[in-house]
Design a protein around this ligand. Structure first.
Ligand code: CA
Length: 586
C-alpha cells in the first residue's frame, strides 16, 4: 500500500499534464480501435439509476447537435442496448423524505423502464434487497424484514420480487435481466451465512422465472482480482443447485486487477460451471476534476491502477478494452457502465447543491438516510462522487466518448493510434526499518503517540476501519461538525538515535475541511526545526508529507508529528492520519 502512495506522488506531475491535454482534440476525433467479432446481441448497458432525481434537480441532457432530449433516447441513438436500475425496497424515512442516491425504488424503475421501452431499450433490474446501498461492506435488511428468520426472509424476498416484477410486466416494460442482489460477496439482506443466502437467491430466481420468463437471472459479485474467490462462490451456487443464467462481476479497472485476470476468472466460470458471464459495472474518469463540490471516488490523487489517462479519449479506450475483453470470453454476453450520467446538479456551491441533493435525492445520500444508516450515509451524505466518470459534461452535453458504443463494430480513425498512459516510474528502493513505534496505529492504541488536543467537541481517536486506512486497518481519525473546532497536534518522540541523517513521512486524507492549516513537523530537542504543509481534499486522496535530510547529532531528541487545524465545511471537517515513518537515510 505504502509503495503505491509513493508511486502516485511521483506520477502526479505526469498525470496533471495528461489531464491538461486538450479535451477539444477528442471532440471530433474519437479514436476507437475496432472490436472484432462483436456479437450482434452483445449487451451494451448503462446504469442510469439517478436519472429521475437528476431531472427533478434541474439537470438537462443534450444530444451531439445541442438539442435537449430524453436521456433514454440519447442512449438508444448512441448504441446503448440496456438500461440498468437499482431498486431499494423503501429508501424513505417516516416523513417520506428520500435517502438519496436517486431515491431508487420500484417506482423509479417503473418510470425509467417505461421510457426505456419507448426507445427499444431493455431493463436490467438490480435488486439490492435493502432500503439503501448494498455492496460487500453493507447488506442491511430492509426495515420491513427486520426480525424475520432466514426462511421468512426468503419468503418475503420472493413476494417482494414477484410483486415488483409484476408492476414492470403489467406496464409492458421490457425486462432483459434481473439481478438477485448487488455485489453479494459478504452478505444479502442482513444474512451472512450462505445457508441463509442461498435459499433467498433461489426465492428471487423463482420469482423472476414465474413473472419474467424471458429475462436472464443474474448473480453479482465483485473483486475479480481476488484469486479463487469466484470459483468459491460458483461452487456454492452449483452445490446448492441455484437456478441462474449469468455470473456477473463488477470490474473497475483502477481497483480490480488486470483485464487478463478478469478474462481468466470469467473464462473459468464459463468452462467449469457453464454460466454466461458479464461485467455488470465498469467505468473510467474523463477528468480528475470535481464539478459538484462533493468529492469523487476516483481522482488524480486516489489509489488505483492507471492504465489510461483521465481524458475523454482515455475513458473511451478503457471501456473499449473492457468490451473487447468480455466479448472474447466464452459465454461473455455484455458489459454495463455504472451511472454514466450522474453529473452535477449545477449549483455554484456545496450549500446550493446540497439543498437539491436533500430535496430530490440526487446526491449519493441525504441526511435523512441517518434513520437507516446513521454511521455512514447519515453522516457523510453529499453529492455525486461519480460526476467525473459520466459521459456528459457538467452542462449535460455529451462527451465524444459516448460515441464509443456506436463505433465499436467499425472502429474509427487510425487503428493503431492510442493515447498512452503515463510511463510507470521507478519504484523506490526497499524501505529501511521504521524507527517509529506504532507508526500505523496498528496496536489499536494511541501510545506512544502524544495527542495535544485543542479541539472543541467532535471525535478524535485511533480507529479500526480498513477502508479508511492507508495501511493495515487502524488510523488516527478526526471529525468535528462545528466550525473552527478541529485543532490538535499528534506527535511521537524518539530518543537514543545514532548520529546521522533521517527522513520522516506521514500521510493524511480527509474532506469538508474548509480552510486548513495542516503540516508535518520535526522538532529537535523540543525545538521546531522543519515543517511541511499538507492538504486534504476528498476521501481516499492521501497526501504524504516527506521531510528529508534531518541531521541529528548523538544524544539529541527527535520529535515528529502532524499538526491539524481546520475551519470545517459541509458536514464538518474530518480526516484520517496514517503511515507515519522515520527512517535513516542512506
Ligand atoms: Ca463530485
Amino acid at each position: 500500500m505504502r509503495k503505491k502512495t509513493w508511486i502516485a506522488m511521483l506520477l502526479l506531475p505526469a498525470l496533471l499534464l495528461a489531464v491538461c491535454a486538450p479535451l477539444a482534440a477528442a471532440e471530433d476525433t474519437l479514436h476507437v480501435i475496432q472490436v472484432k467479432d462483436l456479437p450482434e446481441d452483445f449487451i451494451l448497458g448503462m446504469d442510469l439509476s439517478s436519472l429521475l432525481a437528476e431531472e427533478r434537480s434541474g439537470v438537462r441532457y443534450f444530444d451531439f447537435d445541442g438539442r435537449e432530449k430524453d436521456l433514454l433516447q440519447i442512449m438508444a441513438d448512441n448504441g446503448i442496448t440496456h438500461i440498468r436500475v437499482r431498486v431499494w425496497n423503501d429508501p424513505y424515512d417516516e416523513q417520506g423524505r428520500g435517502f438519496g442516491g436517486g431515491n431508487c425504488d420500484i417506482g423509479t424503475a417503473l418510470e425509467i423502464g417505461k421510457r426505456a421501452s419507448q426507445f427499444g431499450l431493455k431493463l436490467i433490474v438490480d435488486f439490492h434487497y435493502s432500503d439503501f446501498w448494498a455492496d460487500p461492506g453493507k447488506y442491511k435488511a430492509p426495515r420491513a424484514w427486520e426480525g424475520l428468520d432466514a426462511s421468512a426472509k426468503a419468503q418475503a424476498l420472493y413476494a417482494y420480487t414477484r410483486e415488483s416484477l409484476e408492476t414492470l410486466r403489467d406496464a409492458d416494460v421490457d425486462v432483459g435481466m434481473v439481478q438477485i442482489g448487488n455485489e453479494i460477496n459478504n452478505g444479502l439482506a442482513g444474512e451472512t451465512d450462505w445457508n441463509a443466502i442461498l435459499p433467498m437467491l433461489a426465492a428471487g430466481a423463482r420469482a423472476v422465472r414465474e413473472v419474467c420468463p424471458e429475462a436472464l437471472v443474474a448473480v453479482h459479485f465483485t473483486e475479480p482480482h481476488n484469486r479463487g474467490l469466484y470459483s468459491y462462490y460458483a461452487d456454492l451456487l452449483r452445490d446448492y443447485g441455484l437456478d441462474y443464467d449469468v455470473f456477473g462481476s463488477s470490474y473497475y479497472p483502477f481497483w480490480h486487477g488486470t483485464l487478463e485476470n478478469l478474462s481468466e476468472v470469467l473464462t473459468e466460470i464459463n468452462r467449469n460451471y457453464g454460466k454466461q458471464v458479464m461485467v455488470l459495472e465498469t467505468s473510467w474518469p474523463y477528468t480528475g476534476e470535481d464539478t459538484d463540490f462533493s468529492g469523487n471516488s476516483v481522482n488524480e490523487d486516489s489509489w488505483g491502477t492507471r492504465d489510461y489517462p483521465f481524458t475523454v479519449q482515455g475513458q473511451a479506450d478503457a471501456v473499449r478494452d473492457v468490451i473487447d475483453t468480455v466479448a472474447h470470453i466464452p459465454g461473455g454476453i455484455g458489459i454495463c457502465y455504472w451511472e454514466g450520467a450522474w453529473i452535477t446538479v449545477g449549483g455554484a456551491s456545496w450549500e446550493e447543491n446540497s439543498a437539491k441533493w436533500e430535496e430530490f435525492g440526487s446526491g449519493w445520500a441525504s441526511s435523512f438516510a441517518a434513520v437507516y444508516d446513521p454511521d455512514d450515509a447519515g453522516r457523510w451524505y453529499g453529492g455525486s462522487s461519480w460526476d467525473n466518470q459520466a459521459f456528459f459534461d457538467a452542462s449535460g452535453h455529451p462527451l465524444a466518448s459516448l460515441r464509443l458504443f456506436s463505433l465499436l463494430r467499425s472502429g474509427s480513425g487510425d487503428q493503431s493510434r492510442r493515447e498512452t498512459a503515463p510511463a510507470p516510474e521507478e519504484q523506490p528502493a526497499e524501505d529501511l526499518p521504521n524507527l517509529l513505534e506504532n507508526g500505523s496505529f496498528e496496536s489499536g492504541e494511541l501510545s506512544p503517540w502524544i495527542l495535544i488536543d485543542r479541539c472543541r467537541g467532535g471525535e478524535l481517536f485511533v480507529e479500526d476501519k480498513a477502508v479508511d486506512s492507508l495501511e493495515g486497518s487502524w488510523h488516527m481519525h478526526f471529525w468535528n461538525p462545528n466550525r473552527d473546532s478541529v485543532d490538535f497536534d499528534l506527535e511521537q518522540t524518539v530518543e537514543d538515535l545514532p548520529e546521522g541523517s533521517y527522513v520522516y513521512s506521514v500521510s493524511i486524507m480527509g474532506g469538508d475541511c474548509g480552510e486548513t492549516e495542516i503540516f508535518a513537523y520535526v522538532k529537535v530537542n523540543g525545538e521546531l526545526r522543519f515543517t511541511e504543509p499538507m492538504r486534504v481534499t476528498v476521501w481516499n486522496s492521501w497526501d504524504t508529507a516527506v521531510i528529508p535530510q534531518i541531521a541529528l547529532s548523538a544524544g539529541e531528541t527527535l520529535t515528529v508529528g502532524v499538526s491539524v487545524k481546520c475551519q470545517g465545511a459541509g458536514n464538518g471537517a474530518w480526516g484520517k492520519i496514517d503511515c507515519a515513518a522515520l527512517r535513516a537515510e542512506d
